[in-house]
Ligand binder design. Structure first.
Ligand SMILES: Cc1cc2nc3c(=O)[nH]c(=O)nc-3n(C[C@H](O)[C@H](O)[C@H](O)COP(=O)(O)OP(=O)(O)OC[C@H]3O[C@@H](n4cnc5c(N)ncnc54)[C@H](O)[C@@H]3O)c2cc1C
Length: 493
């Protein structure tokens, strides 16, 4: 078969393009090199829906950030994704930083960011009583928010699959060629043919581009390290708190997550290896010091995890979203650095517009026209339900009455929903990304074995075949009690 469109890379950008295209009567395939979606930069970032005062005036980043921010609340409502419009503060502590706050405000006005204000110490401290009392002014941007990046990516992919899209995991595009007027993408299991290709390969977008023509950009990977603190620290701040950016030092963010933890980071270190997600004592010390300068009461002994994400910074100061000029029917959304997450809903639409301008016929699917709810998703979140809703659900299906993850109150029913969803969870961390089981204080110590047993039972896997996250991250070296569950394990491949 020859697909109408092949998308390379299932991060938040590939997912948004796929979701936007799922409205139209096209055959679309999304190719991802890892064993799940959202395993690249989309997995580890600050999760902030920036208001849009940061990007340079007149840039594509500025326009798409402001548009993406405006689209985010409705999109998250439609897809049942956790999002909180908590607003953000950039806080200043001296006259130089006050000047930066004023500059950001002026830039925000030019970028079209609504409702911003510069506020003084009294108001800042009434909003955020735990901030250092030496704060002088702050830029308040009420349209900023926080979102769960991987949940948004998964939700968009699930709707894409439900509407007929195909996702091929473990399908790294190794080479791209032309044959008889269409593209041929070589993946480990064979060749995928498509009329048009969209490169959304994140950190690897320059290398994927090089498969068809010499790229005019290079991706410079920049690592960001984080602390994730227990929920006991989640109430230290109400909104997203940014320190003032300065010429020679990178600011730091103190923010709640949508799950109620406190997240602090990131560093910014240019590295050579695009997959080097190590954390370092120096990096963590640096962000701890900066965060305590803003919020002195943070208790870092409540740390439950450290992690790193890698930015796909291009050597150009803007997103590169365009038709590739020296080849036919090839498009890219490359160099999507921050605010890529905030901009993602708008980037999906922008890429659809590129196809439309290029003459691609885009008739809407009849089932989308008949029922707009087709583009939406609903999932069970037991820990957010009222007691009467929980009772009714458990009466209907007892599996929702069995708690698997005590930290996050996730039930067996939700884990099974994830394993049998349109984009099935097949690893321990894929279940975590879909249900939050394992995200809490014990970091999967309690629920990990039960989730492994459920994966083994439902997918007919031997325990030795179960992986934690990426391909090869095996957990067991021999038989476990799960093999005696009464179900036949699947033959080892
Ligand atoms: C530390 C940090 C903090 C950030 N904070 C924020 C924030 O608060 N707000 C915000 O808006 N943005 C933020 N960002 C930026 C945001 O995370 C990114 O812009 C966004 O995740 C980029 O998504 P993507 O889909 O382009 O890339 P990715 O998520 O990396 O997706 C690309 C996908 O392509 C796949 N791939 C690569 N090569 C191939 C191939 N050859 N074949 C098949 N698949 C391939 C990869 O496996 C990956 O899944 C932050 C980034 C970092 C690192």
């Amino acid at each position: 078969m020859i697909y109408d469109v092949a998308i390379i890379g299932a991060g938040i950008i590939g997912a948004s393009v796929a979701y936007s295209l799922s409205r139209y009567d096209l055959s679309v395939v999304l190719l991802e090199k890892e064993c799940d979606v959202a395993l690249g930069t989309t997995r580890a970032n600050s999760g902030i829906v920036h208001a849009g005062y940061d990007p340079p005036v007149g840039s594509l980043m500025a326009a798409l950030n402001v548009e993406g921010n405006a689209l985010m609340p409705d999109l998250c409502r439609d897809l049942d994704v956790l999002f909180e419009p908590c607003g953000s503060l950039v806080v200043a502590h001296n006259a130089d930083e006050d000047k930066v706050v004023r500059e950001l405000f002026a830039r925000g006005l030019q970028n079209g960011v609504p409702d911003m204000e510069i506020i003084g110490r009294e108001r800042i401290l009434s909003m955020e009583p735990n901030l250092n009392a030496a704060v002088t002014t702050a830029l308040w941007a009420p349209t900023a928010g926080i979102v769960n990046p991987w949940d948004l990516c998964i939700a968009m992919c699930e709707v894409f699959v439900r509407l007929g899209g195909r996702i091929l995991l473990n399908s790294e595009v190794l080479a791209t060629g032309r044959d008889d007027g269409h593209w041929c993408l070589t993946i480990p299991s064979g060749t995928i043919r498509a009329q048009r290709v969209i490169n959304t390969a994140g950190l690897y977008s320059d290398e994927v581009h090089a498969q068809v023509s010499p790229p005019d950009f290079t991706i410079l990977p920049a690592r960001g390290q984080y602390y994730l603190l227990d929920k006991s620290q989640g109430n230290q701040v109400r909104s997203v708190i940014f320190s003032c950016p300065a010429k020679d030092t990178k600011g730091v963010v103190v923010t709640r997550t949508v799950h109620g933890n406190l997240m602090i980071g990131p560093t910014k270190e240019y590295i050579h290896d695009k997959d080097d997600t190590a954390t370092t004592a120096d990096g963590l010390r640096e962000i701890r010091k900066k965060a305590l300068k803003m919020v002195g009461s943070i208790n870092f002994r409540e740390n439950i995890a450290n992690f790193s994400g890698i930015r796909a910074n291009p050597d150009k100061d803007d997103f590169l979203i365009r038709k590739v000029s020296d080849v036919d029917h090839y498009y890219e959304a490359a160099g999507i650095k921050s605010p890529g997450l905030a901009s993602a809903p708008a980037i999906g639409r922008y890429v659809v517009d590129l196809l439309r301008e290029d003459g691609v016929p885009l008739p809407e699917k009849q089932r989308v026209l008949d029922d707009p709810l087709t583009m939406t998703r609903r999932i069970v979140r037991f820990n957010r339900m009222r007691p009467d809703e929980r009772e009714a659900l458990v009466k209907k299906d007892a599996r929702y009455g069995r708690i698997v993850c005590r930290c996050e109150t996730v039930t067996e029913g939700e884990v099974l929903d994830a394993i049998h969803s349109p984009l099935p969870a097949q690893t321990i961390d894929a279940v975590k990304r879909r249900t939050a089981a394992g995200l809490g204080r014990c970091q999967g110590g309690f629920c990990g074995p039960r989730i492994a047993a459920l994966l083994a039972e439902e997918l007919h896997l031997r325990p030795t075949e179960i992986i934690k996250d990426r391909t090869g991250s095996y957990l067991f070296t021999g038989p476990t009690g799960a093999e005696h569950s009464g179900k036949e394990p699947r033959d080892a491949r």
